[in-house]
Design a protein around this ligand. Structure first.
Ligand code: HEM
Length: 137
């Protein structure tokens, strides 16, 4: 059981580091490279959410004290971040990939990707703080 938790927590931390780290980077590069990173980011988000749900179910089941409330705020912020990246960023990435975008369309798509990444980066920073703080609450 312990080894299962260690493996799940490791996967959770690794995928969330990539998810949040790539969001911070894309927020600073104005969305450059957003098409290449869209899929890996969404895969990392899914792995983070699934492993987080497993950890919540195995370590915090049936409790809703201060630690769980802080974790819930962090989890909610992460879910909104994934939604923003998937919806706004996803639409912009598709419009870049369909190849019909002229220069103005491309600039608009990049700016939408950057906005989605900035919002997600902010939310994921809140999540990271909550995840770290919950243990000591
Ligand atoms: C819906 C998404 C998420 C859920 C449901 C979730 C849930 C959890 C749970 C239940 C734990 C275990 C706490 C414990 O051991 O008592 C945890 C740990 C952790 N999470 Fe998340 N998490 C999510 C997203 C994230 C994201 C996006 C990040 C990073 C930005 C993150 C970073 C961490 C870290 C670093 C730990 C280890 C904290 C520690 O052991 O002190 N999590 N998470």
């Amino acid at each position: 059981m312990q080894i299962q938790l260690i493996i799940t927590l490791s996967l959770h931390v690794l995928s969330s580091v990539f998810w949040a780290g790539s969001s911070f980077t894309l927020a600073r590069t104005g969305g450059a490279g957003g098409e290449q990173l869209f899929r890996p980011q969404m895969v990392a988000a899914v792995v983070t959410i699934l492993t987080g749900a497993y950890l919540g179910h195995s370590v915090h089941a049936g409790m809703f004290g201060t630690a769980e409330q802080i974790l819930a705020v962090g989890a909610l912020a992460a879910l909104v971040a994934a939604g923003v990246q998937g919806a706004i960023g996803g639409r912009a990435v598709r419009s870049l990939r369909n190849g019909k975008a002229d220069e103005a369309d491309e600039a608009d798509a990049r700016s939408r990707i950057a906005t989605a990444q900035r919002v997600a980066a902010l939310l994921l920073a809140v999540t990271a703080v909550c995840m770290g703080a919950a243990r000591y609450a």
